[in-house]
Ligand binder design. Structure first.
Ligand code: ADP
Ligand code: MG
Length: 600
């Protein structure tokens, strides 16, 4: 287990890059500082020795002031060295944390965009931030303390046996007993119990978060905390485990541990009593008392050292949690980028026998789909919900890569094109297009950063956003999401369309929004669509069949398969799924109109 933890730290240190040396320098200095910090104890002992030698003529103990100054100098030097040690470790730790963030972000930049559908980017960022700050604390403080403590412990061991090995052994015995108690508490099957106890704590905090998220539901349905069985269960489980672990497992060993660390002289006193008669007989009783004084002073250090070891050991656990978090980010799949990119010849989009299954799904979302979308034409996907329309559309800009078959843009497999070239060629508007918390200008410009203000204005006008701009306090410089400037779903969709229009890409992939469409927005969105799609290769997911009547090609997707393909007229003649959908659609429209007439 220890070995694994060491390697965790080693892995984290890899992120320090050229600052790794600085970490080691800091650790070395920290060890030195600890040793310096112990020297005043020796000075005190030297003073005591002089006093005892001089007794009862105290004035002849001339060296005492000197020892006092030495003790002061060592203490001051220890503090100074520790300061520099921490400066080194902090500098290295900050750099390491920043490298972890950078490496993680760089990795996420290479993941397919679809990855963020299933893994909220905020959560990923939290993981990365958490790991970075944990590593920072670990490298800046804990490691330095651990190394310092080890240095202190070794110095202590040496000093213990320098003056009188028998008294040293007596002091050490107390330390051994407390270390054994600690080992009994942490090791063996208790390690498993401790892991379970910590896991229960995790479960409880997650259930707590769920509960807080669910508060609106709690209020609306007049529920109490007791109706949240999972949360309640988690709390009970945790409290049982905590009680068992703290009470049954830790009580005795922890009491032993504390007794012997705090009372390190417990064996020293009997040992001294035992040794005293022979010391008296040998004639060097003063020397004996001096040594006893040393160990009496020194046993106080033992408890500090042991407490530090405990503390540092728990700090080491951070290394593995930090690493686990980093691994979540770093194990995100990466989009393969070809070494030998080919240039798309034109703006056709073609699916060749494409199948795609989401990670962990049982059934394919797309099952042997083939079709061709010609340049300058509009190809529409229609079909029942869950049929695979969004999936098909997201394979074109490589949100995901196909499981088998190929998606071709301009006659080239999208996997063999430079991702930047592909992205420049395609503009997409999906239903969940997010606007950043930035000005409208910046939001629109995101698709083409070098665009001028006038170009952005033109795109906004083409996307029918003039009415939005008119009501915002600072026009297109208004920052969305602050001071009550929130846009409705339909308005957001139009700003997203402006972004796509500004991009001026030859291929447009769009998921028509009906969820947001109040009648007024709907008409404007239709106009914006027209501006965006003119003269381009358009692949459109249509939710209202009225928008696909004029499409050059309609592809009906059902359960991941192409059920039908053709123009509106052809499909009606086919009298298949599309014809039925068309009938239902018209009925719904008639129903709506008759309701409106009734109301009038
Ligand atoms: P449509 O857009 O036609 O409603 P989708 O392409 O969204 O259909 O979904 C096709 C199938 O893939 C559905 O069965 C859906 O549950 C599944 N699916 C969609 N998105 C994901 C995802 N991110 N992870 C796993 N399964 C998904
Ligand atoms: Mg969809």
């Amino acid at each position: 287990m220890d070995k694994k933890k060491k390697s965790d730290v080693a892995v984290l240190l890899e992120y320090a890059g050229s600052y790794k040396g600085l970490t080691f320098l800091g650790l070395g200095l920290s060890a030195l500082a600890m040793v310096l910090g112990m020297l005043p104890y020796i000075c005190i002992w030297l003073a005591v020795r002089d006093l005892i030698a001089a007794a009862p003529d105290w004035t002849s103990a001339a060296g005492i002031a000197r020892y006092g100054w030495m003790a002061f100098a060592f203490a001051a030097l220890g503090i100074l060295v520790y300061f520099f040690a921490l400066m080194c470790t902090h500098l290295a730790a900050f750099r390491t944390a920043s490298n972890i963030r950078k490496t993680g972000m760089a990795h996420l930049m290479k993941t397919p965009l679809g990855f963020f559908d299933n893994n909220a980017s905020g959560l990923l960022r939290n993981k990365l931030d958490g790991a970075a700050s944990e590593t920072e604390t670990l490298l800046a403080h804990n490691l330095a303390d651990i190394v310092g403590t080890i240095a202190m412990f070794i110095t202590m061991l040496v000093l213990m046996f320098v003056f009188d090995w028998r008294m040293g052994a007596a002091c050490l015995l107390a330390a051994v007993v407390s270390i054994c108690a600690m080992a009994a508490m942490m090791g063996g099957k208790n390690a498993k119990l401790m892991a379970e106890y910590q896991a229960a704590q995790d479960v409880m905090s997650k259930a707590g978060t769920e509960y807080v998220r669910g508060i609106p539901v709690v209020k609306v349905f007049q529920q109490t905390v007791y109706s949240f069985r999972a949360f309640r269960q988690a709390i009970e489980d945790y409290s049982n485990k905590a009680e068992h672990f703290q009470g049954d497992v830790c009580k005795v060993p922890q009491s032993v541990n504390l007794t012997f660390t705090e009372g390190a002289f417990i064996f020293l006193v009997p040992a001294v009593l035992f040794l005293a008669p022979s010391a008296l007989r040998s004639g060097n009783f003063a020397g004996f008392v001096t040594n006893f004084a040393f160990y009496a002073v020194f046993s106080a250090v033992i408890s500090t050292a042991l407490a530090k070891i405990m503390f540092a050991a728990s700090g080491m656990m951070q290394a593995s949690t930090a690493l686990a978090r980093i691994n979540v980010v770093m194990s995100a799949p990466v989009l393969n980028v070809t070494d030998d990119p080919q240039t798309p010849k034109d703006n056709t989009v073609e699916f060749r026998d494409v199948s795609f299954t989401y990670d962990g799904a049982d059934n394919p979302a797309l099952d042997h789909v083939s079709f061709r979308a010609e340049p300058g034409q509009t190809t529409a996907f229609v079909g029942p919900s869950g049929g695979g329309k969004t999936t098909a559309a997201s394979l074109i800009p490589r949100f995901w890569d196909v499981s088998s078959g190929a998606v071709l843009v301009g006659g080239v497999d999208v996997r063999n094109t430079d991702p930047h070239v592909l992205m420049d060629q395609i503009a997409f508007v999906f239903q969940n297009n997010r606007l950043f918390k930035a000005s409208i200008l910046e939001n629109v410009r995101a698709s083409r950063p070098e665009a001028s203000r006038e170009e952005v204005q033109a795109a906004l006008t083409a996307a029918q956003c003039d009415d939005i701009l008119a009501k915002l306090p600072d026009g297109m410089d208004t920052v969305i999401g602050t001071e009550g400037t929130y846009l409705s779903g339909g308005e957001q969709q139009r700003v997203a369309l402006a972004r796509a229009i500004l991009k001026n890409a030859p291929i447009v992939v769009l998921d028509e929004a009906t969820a947001f469409a109040d009648p007024e927005n709907e008409a404007l969105i239709q106009k914006a669509f027209a501006a965006l799609t003119k003269g381009r290769t358009v692949i459109m997911i249509a939710h209202r069949l009225s928008t696909v009547v004029g499409a050059d090609k309609i592809i009906v997707l059902d359960s991941g398969r192409v059920a039908e393909e053709g123009t509106h007229t052809e499909l009606l003649q086919n009298n298949g799924l599309y014809a039925r959908m068309w009938q239902d659609y018209n009925q719904a429209v008639r129903w709506r109109i008759s309701r409106i007439e009734e109301a009038c």
